[in-house]
Design a protein around this ligand. Structure first.
Ligand code: 13P
Ligand code: SF4
Length: 334
């Protein structure tokens, strides 16, 4: 991740900036959007206030597709670093901002480029498909990027005999191997949030709510996916919860999605799947670094900005373009 100095300020000075408490931040953010021709793109894992102020809320594929076509001059990315970095890769001429530069991703961190390069070199005849939750350095070493909503279709679009490395998420990779009958070589990475669910507690919760359906993100461990009624990306889980006829859902993904689920289906009950300890570990600590206050400051001062080396950007763009092209061909609209 890039250096955390923010313009002429240290990270601490920037984060300590005071905001006039009489300001209505919703109104201020909306004024700044117009003044600066800015768009706020937010992931479903963001806190409710940020989702409510966003111009677009989506999963990683929808966000990348939106970033690729926005006419705005400034993209304010309410998500984590790899998402804002992807927006910058697609928009070198635009200002791309991330409210808190420290918003990283444990899954992305589990795959350092130097180690991955050595791993890739051991499999010279393999094509590399990387989940978008990775750094620009990993993207630059990849042939195709995918997200949780298009991974299976992208893998299945390749010839049966094609040898594939899938990185960095072993859970998503294992799930796609099972669904597609492929035997992709998996990088041993995982997301700290999706590996925390307790099978035992989920099973007990299902017994207490016999009509409830378990819906899970494919970053969850195999044992959870095995008992899920539906598996999909955040957008797919949201759509399923709107269209399906059950009245209660146990949701095995980050808790931020519950806000959009509850807003879109007010009569239904959504229960966050329990983690295997007493903490709130199914809140992503990286996603939750962004706050409405930081979003406001970031739009006002146009900091912190995502900056990238041009050679790295060009190398990382190729596999993203390939994903966007394949998604269009496969009819996956954002
Ligand atoms: P999707 O946005 O593809 O559902 O992935 C979830 C996630 O973990 C993003 O960090
Ligand atoms: Fe990364 Fe997991 Fe957080 Fe998504 S939920 S940003 S994969 S740590």
């Amino acid at each position: 991740m890039q250096n955390n100095a923010i313009g002429n300020l240290t990270e601490k000075e920037f984060l300590d900036m005071e905001i006039d408490p009489s300001l209505d931040l919703f109104e201020e953010i909306s004024k700044l959007k117009k003044e600066k021709n800015a768009v706020v793109l937010a992931h479903y894992y963001q806190e409710p206030d940020i989702q409510d102020v966003a111009d677009y809320i989506g999963d990683s594929l929808g966000l990348a597709q939106n970033a690729a076509r926005t006419p705005a001059d400034m993209i304010v990315f309410a998500g984590v670093h790899f998402m804002a970095e992807t927006a910058k890769i697609l928009n070198p001429g635009k200002k791309v901002l991330l409210p808190d530069l420290r918003a990283g991703c444990s899954l992305s961190d589990s795959c350092p480029p130097a180690l991955f390069k050595a791993f890739k070199d051991k499999h010279p005849d393999h094509l590399v498909i990387s989940y978008i939750n990775c750094s620009a350095g990993i993207k630059a070493l990849s042939d195709i990027i995918c997200t949780s909503s298009n991974a299976q279709l992208i893998v299945e679009s390749l010839p049966i005999g094609q040898k594939i490395i899938f990185a960095p998420d072993k859970n998503l990779g294992g799930y796609i191997n099972k669904k597609s009958g492929r035997d992709m070589v998996l990088w041993n990475g995982a997301c700290m949030v999706h590996e925390i669910f307790s099978l035992e507690k989920i099973t007990k919760l299902k017994e207490r709510h016999p009509g409830a359906k378990l819906i899970a993100h494919p970053e969850c461990e195999e044992a959870v996916l095995r008992i899920a009624d539906f598996i999909g990306s955040t957008t797919q889980l949201l759509k399923y919860s709107e269209q399906d006829s059950a009245s209660t859902y146990i949701v095995a993904t980050e808790t931020g999605i519950l806000h959009s689920m509850q807003r879109n289906s007010p009569a239904k009950t959504f229960i966050a799947a329990p983690p295997d300890n007493a903490c709130v570990c199914n809140d992503c600590p990286h996603m939750k670094l962004n706050t409405l206050e930081k979003l406001y400051l970031c739009m006002k001062y146009e900091l912190p900005e995502i900056l990238m080396d041009e050679d790295l950007r060009l190398a990382a763009k190729k596999p993203i373009d390939r994903m966007l092209q394949l998604s269009r061909e496969l009819g996956l609209a954002g």
